[in-house]
Every structure is written in structure tokens, then in C-alpha cells.
Ligand binder design. Structure first.
Ligand code: SAH
Length: 354
């Protein structure tokens, strides 16, 4: 495990790089910052910087396991079958999902796509049988894949273009005092902006995430070649919109993304509206993009919460408050979305109808 405190601060590395070669793109800044951030620590949980749905309650992973088992059974119980998780964090979601799936006879091989060496060590303890991959290219090429990504796409670097009086430019990063700021780049970027949006007012920002687009493209390709289904769960929007959504979180509070790069988690809203057509362009079935609260309710989170509370009445209040965090409209229920994809011969999937 790399010791983040002993390494040269990323801010100093950026300053030197920019002094030598000029401004760096915001996408470069975000990518390097998160690579440093994730590989130098465990960011999850109450002692860390943020909490994710699987860390809030076992119900989250269990219902995902149930969804995957239901899909696999209705598609004909084909084996070998592979569970693939992108950015599995502490491995909690996989542990809960696979425990549930096993009860329905689904016992897939387990594959984690993870960049962080610090998190890999924790994942090994949580899910001993898992195999690690740097990217999707090395996961098995035969047998259906059941792919899950929770709060993975939001960590991938975004590119921002800004409309200036001189035309569209990429947003670049330079130091200013003891922090960093964004400026408009020198290179004309008009060709990268769709025709329909080129005439936007000065100051308009368009944000895209090439890494998210590439991930969904690759996942959809795997689903078409091997069969299977995928769930992408993240906070984001399902309508086209303008503006920067870049944000930083540190110790459970919003932080400034342009101070102390590599020390806070940088994320951006996932543009689900852009991702569904990418999957469909490969022939994949888009099951829908629905609010997390609705999806979990349709999968039976209320019943599951009651059952857990009955077994452990002393934890009933905590179980119900965790359920509310996951599905409450002012909490994660509306902002977080679940996007489902599947091979066209696979079922429509629970939670995406109605
Ligand atoms: N899914 C987990 C963790 C979310 S945090 C949960 O819900 O709790 C984001 C995860 O994605 C971390 O595991 C992080 O190390 C991983 N990650 C971020 N960028 C990555 C990249 N480019 N390639 C692979 N993994 C990445």
C-alpha cells in the first residue's frame, strides 16, 4: 500500500508540469487527482470521506444479487457465468450480492476491475475468491457476464468545453496563489461540440465523460458477444443539460476541487441520457434508467427491511433509517439512478417496468 503522506504532493507535481509544458486540461487534472486519491487510502465509511449505498446497508447488495439471479435464471441458467464489478470499493456490494445469488443457485466466477492497490487489499479480505483486472479486456471471453458498477462512472474524469467570444475552448487548469483555477484553452474546440449546441451563450459549459462512454461501449459489446446483463448505479441526470457538475468531497463535506488535488474525491454527475444510446448503438437492450428509490422498492426493500428488523429487533431503528437513506426522495432515492442493460434475448429485468 502506497503511503499518500510520504509521496510528493500532487499539487507540487502539477505546478511543475504546468510551469514546464503549459496549462493541463481539467480532464487530466481530475484523472490524476482521483488516481492519487484512490490508490493512497480507503475513502469509504464513517472514518473516511464518503459513504456509498452498499456501506449504508446490506439490503442494497442483497437486492442487486436477487436481481442478477432472477435475470440469469430466466435467461436459462447458462454456465460458466461471471460476476464482474467495476470499482468495487471495499467489496461489500459483491459480498452481499453473491451471498444472496448463491441461494438461488447462481455461483459465478468473480472478477473485480480496480485501479487502487489500497482497495485491492481490502477486497481480497472481503471476497477471497475474486480475480483482479486493470480493465475489462482481460475478463473471460466465454459465458454470460453479470456486470455491476456502483458509483464508478462518477469518478471517471470529465472534459469541459466553454463557449468564449472566440468560440468553444477546453477548460484548462493553472495555479493561482495556493490553489488552482480554470481558464479557457487556446485551441479552438468548436468541432467537438454538436451542431445543435454550438450557438450557446458565452460562458456556457458542456461537460462530457469520455471514460464513461468508453466503459458503457465496452460493456455493451461484452453483453452482445457473451450474453448477460449490467447495472450502472450512480448519481446523475437523465436529461441533457449544461454546466459543470464537478465536485469534491472530503470527510463527508463538500470541498473545493481546486485545492489540494489528490486529497479529496472528485466526481461529476453521470450523464445517463448520453450513455443509453451508446449501448443501443451496439444492439444492446436498454432496460431503462430509473430512480434508485423506485427500483429498490420494486425489488422489495420494504419487505427485506421488515424481515431483518424482525430477526434483530434491537437494530430495527437503524435498519429502517438505512432503508430511508437509500430510497428517500430527499436522500439517495431520486438523485441516484439505476441504468439496466442486457443482451436482447435476456429478460426485461425487475424494477424497470411500470
Ligand atoms: N463501488 C464501491 C466504491 C465506489 S468508489 C461502493 O459503492 O462502495 C469508486 C471505486 O472505483 C473505487 O473502488 C475506486 O478505486 C474505483 N476506481 C476509480 N477510478 C477507477 C478507474 N479509472 N479504474 C478502475 N477503478 C477505478
Amino acid at each position: 500500500m502506497m503511503d499518500g503522506a510520504a509521496a510528493e504532493p500532487l499539487a507540487a507535481i502539477f505546478r511543475r508540469l504546468i510551469a514546464n509544458t503549459g496549462p493541463i486540461s481539467l480532464m487530466h487534472y481530475m484523472g490524476e487527482s482521483n488516481a492519487r486519491y484512490y490508490t493512497s487510502r480507503d475513502p469509504l465509511g464513517s472514518a473516511g470521506d464518503f459513504i456509498t449505498a452498499p456501506e449504508i446497508s446490506q439490503m442494497f447488495g442483497e437486492l442487486i444479487g436477487l436481481w442478477l439471479a432472477d435475470m440469469w435464471i430466466n435467461a436459462g441458467r447458462e454456465t460458466p457465468v461471471h460476476y464482474v464489478e467495476l470499482g468495487p470499493g471495499r467489496g461489500t456490494l459483491a459480498k452481499d450480492a453473491l451471498r444472496t445469488a448463491r441461494r438461488y443457485g447462481l455461483e459465478p466466477s468473480i472478477h473485480f476491475v480496480e485501479a487502487s492497490t489500497a482497495l485491492k487489499d481490502i477486497q481480497l479480505e472481503t471476497v477471497p475468491g475474486a480475480q483482479w483486472h486493470h480493465d475489462l479486456s482481460t475478463i473471460p471471453a466465454y459465458g454470460p457476464v453479470l456486470i455491476v458498477a456502483n458509483e464508478f462512472l462518477d469518478a471517471l474524469p470529465v472534459r469541459q468545453l466553454v463557449k468564449t467570444p472566440q468560440g468553444w475552448r477546453e477548460r484548462m487548469v493553472v495555479p493561482e496563489g495556493d490553489r488552482f483555477v480554470c481558464i479557457a484553452g487556446q485551441q479552438p474546440m468548436d468541432a467537438a461540440v454538436p451542431e445543435a449546441r454550438r450557438g450557446a451563450a458565452d460562458g456556457t459549459i458542456i461537460e462530457t465523460c469520455p471514460g464513461a462512454a468508453a466503459t458503457v461501449y465496452e460493456v455493451a459489446g461484452r453483453l452482445m458477444e457473451q450474453g448477460g446483463a449490467a447495472l450502472f448505479i450512480d448519481y446523475g441526470h437523465d436529461q441533457l443539460r449544461d454546466g459543470s457538475t464537478l465536485q469534491a468531497v472530503r470527510q463527508h463535506l463538500k470541498a473545493d476541487p481546486f485545492v489540494s488535488p489528490g486529497e479529496a474525491d472528485l466526481t461529476a454527475h453521470v450523464d445517463f441520457a448520453a450513455l443509453a444510446p451508446i449501448a443501443q448503438s451496439r444492439g444492446c437492450k436498454w432496460l431503462g434508467t430509473v430512480p434508485q428509490g423506485r427500483w429498490l422498492r420494486e425489488l422489495g426493500i420494504e419487505t427485506r427491511a421488515q424481515a431483518l428488523a424482525q430477526v434483530a429487533p434491537e437494530h430495527a431503528a437503524a435498519i429502517h433509517s438505512a432503508r430511508d437513506r437509500l430510497i428517500g426522495e430527499g436522500q439517495m432515492g431520486l438523485l441516484f439512478k439505476v441504468m439496466g442493460l442486457a443482451h436482447p434475448n435476456w429478460p426485461g429485468g425487475a424494477g424497470f417496468h411500470g
